[in-house]
Design a protein around this ligand. Structure first.
Ligand SMILES: C[S@@+](CC[C@H](N)C(=O)[O-])C[C@H]1O[C@@H](n2cnc3c(N)ncnc32)[C@H](O)[C@@H]1O
Ligand code: SF4
Length: 371
């Protein structure tokens, strides 16, 4: 099982982003103390299961210094049983990852870096309101590799309104030249209440071009698969042995505990999520309460989640599991439904997953199979 720790601070607001973060650092010390306290309060959530992965996400975890990260890790080790060589990922931005910072993070125990590059093209980066430029992005990956980080993943975004196929191919080539172990590539979405949403609504940015995004997705898959990457989840490509263990546990519906404002947790029967507000989070934790909302999952919720998450991955969904968890009748109905989308699926005796044609419509196909 895994522990996720949300670091809710960013230097500046990227135009497309609706993750929870604050650009004000006035609560930083308090917030870190509360993360430590929440780890202690939640120590029984996972029923003594052993922690296999730890993930610092954000926001921008690279905004913290290595000592602060180490303090949080020490508290996890103090409260939980952790396997001897856990995957410990830290997300961050190239402008924070100086050579010295990378060195300190490695000493602090980070063994997997997730670097938010988004694009190797300065025009794209300015359009996104990123705090770094393309040469910082390249240098940061090279510095990390020179320091011995041997499990590096980078984030890229495609489907920008003005992005040409040529520009996307160039981005992919630059990513391949860096010889990283893993790439996450996301199709840009326009989220409500983001600056991008406002820009599109007021005509200051072109709307997304879905057809161009779909073409870029296809080129993404073909290019990376030709270069030893396995497309193991809709947005995730890893070389053999380098799939994200932490994120895979979400898709395989393993249990996880989320610490920090806006963090989500899952224990098989319920999902819960902490308040997405730093001040409210701090106020509650200080009096020993975790400010969260909780949802009990019904049988249909669990079934729908299983289909949705399974179809995003190469492991797909297993017939035996569906029969044992949801009954023979459900399995029978599903098999009938699959006849309608068999051209978008790989189906065998044991399982079904999306084929190349289906991958572009993963969420839509899953929703067609929901109860
Ligand atoms: C929450 S960010 C955290 C990492 C770090 N702060 C950064 O900016 O790289 C995780 C990733 O989600 C992706 N992302 C966030 N909003 C997105 C959007 N609206 N469309 C597509 N990708 C998005 C970006 O690639 C980003 O790196
Ligand atoms: S993409 Fe990353 S750096 Fe940009 S606002 Fe979102 S969390 Fe912060």
């Amino acid at each position: 099982m895994g522990i996720y720790i949300h670091i809710p601070f960013c230097k500046q607001k990227c135009h497309y982003c609706d993750f929870h973060f604050s650009t004000s650092l006035k609560n930083k010390e308090d917030l870190i103390s509360c993360l430590l306290k929440e780890i202690e309060i939640q120590k029984s959530y996972l029923n003594e299961e052993i922690v296999e992965t730890i993930y610092f996400g954000g926001g921008t975890p690279s905004f913290l210094d290595a000592l602060e990260i180490r303090k949080i890790l020490d508290e996890v080790y103090a409260q939980f049983a952790v396997i001897s060589n856990p995957e410990i990922t830290l997300e961050g931005n190239p402008d924070d990852f100086t050579f010295q910072k990378l060195q300190e993070l490695k000493q602090a125990g980070i063994n997997r870096l997730s670097i938010g590059i988004q694009s190797f093209n300065d025009t794209d980066l300015i359009w996104m309101n990123r705090a770094h430029n393309a040469s910082q992005a390249t240098k940061c990956v090279q510095d990390a590799q020179n320091l011995g980080f041997d499990n590096v993943t980078i984030d890229l975004i495609y489907g920008l309104p003005e992005m040409t196929l040529e520009a996307w191919k160039m981005n992919l080539q630059k990513a391949l030249d860096l010889n990283v172990q893993h790439i996450s590539a996301y199709n840009l979405t326009v989220e409500p209440e983001t600056t991008l949403h406002h820009l599109v609504k007021t005509g200051k940015s072109k709307p997304l071009n879905d057809a161009a995004g779909a073409e870029q997705f296809e080129v993404l898959i073909n290019t990376l698969e030709k270069n030893k990457f396995k497309h193991y989840e809709i947005s995730s490509f890893g070389k053999e042995g380098y799939f994200s263990k932490h994120n895979s546990s979400y898709w395989k519906r393993k249990f996880y505990l989320g610490i920090g404002p806006s963090a989500h947790s899952f224990n098989g029967n319920t999902r819960q999520w902490n308040v997405a507000n730093n001040s409210k989070y701090i106020k509650a934790i200080k009096v020993g309460e975790v400010p969260l909302e909780l949802e009990e999952l019904s049988e249909s919720d669990r079934y729908n989640e299983y289909i949705l998450l399974g179809l995003r991955t190469i492991w797909g969904c297993e017939f035996d599991y569906i029969k044992s968890e949801f009954g023979e009748e459900r399995l029978h109905t599903l098999k009938q439904q699959l006849l309608n989308c068999s051209h978008q699926m790989n189906i065998d005796e044991q399982s079904f997953s999306l084929n190349k044609k289906g991958k572009a419509f993963a969420d839509h196909i899953a929703s067609e199979l929901f109860v």
